[in-house]
Design a binder for this molecule. Sequence first.
Ligand SMILES: NC(=O)c1ccc[n+]([C@@H]2O[C@H](COP(=O)([O-])OP(=O)(O)OC[C@H]3O[C@@H](n4cnc5c(N)ncnc54)[C@H](O)[C@@H]3O)[C@@H](O)[C@H]2O)c1
Length: 256
Amino acid sequence: MNNPLARVAVVTGAGGGLGSAIAQELGADGFQVVLVDRDRAAAEAVAGSIGDKAVLQPCVLSADVTDAESVQALVNEITRRYGRLDALVNSAGVERVSALEQAPEADWDLTMDVNVKGPMLLCRAAVPLWRAQGSGSVVNISSRAWIGGSANSSYSASKAALVGLTKSMAVELGPLGVRANAVAPSFVRTPFNEQRSDVTDMAGMIERYEAFTPLRRLVDPVDVANAVTFLASERARNITGEVLHVCAGSQLPPIV
Ligand SMILES: NC(=O)c1ccc[n+]([C@@H]2O[C@H](COP(=O)([O-])OP(=O)(O)OC[C@H]3O[C@@H](n4cnc5c(N)ncnc54)[C@H](O)[C@@H]3O)[C@@H](O)[C@H]2O)c1
């Protein structure tokens, strides 16, 4: 049932490995969570599996974040159902791996559309709601790749652009009471990585990754979800325009 006092959180890409963990933690923190994915069945499966941990029953809506009409219809539906939007988590993302020399333009366009244009479209559509309520919080899921070190130009460029978008939004929307931050995770074991065609030896890759990571371990989806839930909450009320690396230290230059 709709609780008019509940804070509302929208998580895009909620059918995915990180999006599902983020939705679960936000739900456990008391948010009315709206799980959004272009793959509705995936989001519904997540809603079913996290429902008992959430304070309020999660809701599922489908949308394609690259399509302005689909995004506007989504925000209209959230406005109709809840009349507010307290936390927007842009987690929908894609990575297309290719060497720069062979990089297909279509992969570049898709990556930029989902990873950068999508968050912009969501935020643009949400501004009237935020202006009316005088508050709001955006958490954009960037990646450690934004600082480089990933031989995948379209993905790195998209995640760096997302940081630029986040900082710009923090300045522009701050006077409305809206905060904007980014979370930049390192490699996390999710379907996002399991499906990578460029990695033939995943176990070996993980071993090498752990070896150069200061804390000598991989990040788990819940680590990312905890950082997002903190930034989305009032506990972070004076934190905006930041990038929170959840990387077990792998964002730092190595000792040489
Ligand atoms: N998994 C990692 O190692 C890792 C590390 C750093 C950053 N990230 C970032 O975290 C985010 C989530 O990653 P994940 O591991 O959960 O990925 P995932 O592939 O498991 O999930 C991504 C979800 O986004 C949805 N999606 C894709 N395009 C969409 C669109 N146009 N409209 C709506 N939904 C769409 C997919 O259907 C999928 O459910 C991504 O932005 C990714 O770049 C992931």
